[in-house]
Ligand binder design. Structure first.
Ligand code: CTP
Ligand code: CA
Length: 223
C-alpha cells in the first residue's frame, strides 16, 4: 500500500537480476556450490519491482519464494545461468549481477554416483575448467544494459572492489565484506563508481536493497 504513494524511480525499466549461488555437479548426488542464501538478490528484485520496474530474476538454488510480481527462472549451473541471462540481457535496461557464480565447474563429473572404496587413497580427483564470466560478457555487449556488479571480499575491500569494477568495465559495483553479510539478515555495503567509494547506512537486507535500487535509479543515464 505504502509503495503506491512513493515515486516510481524505475518506472517502465526492464531490470535483469541474478541471485543465489550456482550448483556444479560432481555426480548425481554431490555438488560444488558457493555460500549464498540469495536474500540480497531477492530483496533487490522486490525493491526494483516496487520502484516500478519489470523484473526478471535468474536464480540459482535457494529456499526463497519468488518475490511478488517478479518473473523468476530457476537454474542450477553457471552455464545455465549464463544461457538464461543471454536470452534476456539484450532486452534489458539494467543488469544487476548479485549471484555468487561458481568460477569453475567439474570437467570429470560422473553420470553415476561415485562409490567409496576401502582404500582412503582412492579419493576421487576433481578436474576443473573455468565458467563463463556472465557479468563481463553482458558488460561487453554492444548496446547492452547498464551493469551493476557485486563483490564479496574477505580483505582489502576498497582496493579489490575498485579494481574489479574497472576490470569488468562497469559503471557501478556494490562491495561488502563476506563475513559481515553471510548467514545474517543484516548487511553493510559500499558503492563503488567513477567518483570513488560511498558507504551506505547498514540495515536489514530489505532496507539496504531499497537504498541500492535508489542509487541505481539516481545514476541511470536519462534516455
Ligand atoms: N560474476 C559473474 N560470472 C562469473 C563470476 C562472477 O557474473 N562467472 C559476477 C558476480 O555476480 C559479481 C561479479 O561478477 O557481480 C564479481 O564476482 P566475483 O566472484 O567477486 O569476481 P571474480 O571476477 O570472479 O573474481 P574473484 O572470485 O577472483 O574475486
Ligand atoms: Ca568469483
Amino acid at each position: 500500500i505504502l509503495s503506491f504513494f512513493t515515486p516510481k524511480s524505475l518506472l517502465g525499466k526492464r531490470v535483469l537480476i541474478t541471485a543465489g549461488p550456482t550448483s556444479e555437479p560432481i555426480d548425481p548426488v554431490r555438488v560444488l556450490t558457493n555460500r549464498s542464501s540469495g536474500k540480497t538478490g531477492y530483496a533487490i528484485a522486490l525493491a526494483a519491482k516496487q520502484a516500478g520496474a519489470e523484473v526478471s530474476l535468474i536464480s540459482g538454488p535457494t529456499a526463497l519464494p519468488c518475490p511478488y510480481g517478479v518473473n523468476r527462472v530457476q537454474v542450477q549451473t553457471a552455464q545455465q545461468m549464463f544461457d538464461q541471462v543471454m536470452l534476456v540481457a539484450k532486452h534489458s535496461d539494467v543488469f544487476i549481477s548479485v549471484a555468487a557464480v561458481a568460477d569453475w565447474h567439474v570437467v570429470n563429473a560422473q553420470t553415476n554416483k561415485i562409490k567409496k572404496t576401502e582404500q582412503a587413497s582412492d579419493a576421487p580427483l576433481l578436474e576443473f575448467a573455468a565458467n563463463p564470466d556472465i557479468l563481463a560478457t553482458v558488460a561487453a555487449l554492444p548496446q547492452g544494459p547498464w551493469c551493476v556488479g557485486f563483490a564479496a571480499e574477505t580483505e582489502n575491500l576498497s582496493q579489490y572492489a575498485h579494481e574489479k569494477r574497472v576490470r569488468k568495465n562497469i559503471p557501478m559495483l556494490i562491495g561488502n565484506l563476506a563475513h559481515e553479510v553471510m548467514d545474517t539478515d543484516h548487511t553493510t555495503v559500499a558503492i563503488f563508481d567513477e567518483q570513488g567509494e560511498h558507504a551506505l547506512p547498514s540495515g536489514n537486507k530489505a532496507q539496504v536493497a531499497e537504498l541500492i535500487v535508489q542509487a541505481i535509479a539516481d545514476r541511470l543515464p536519462t534516455p
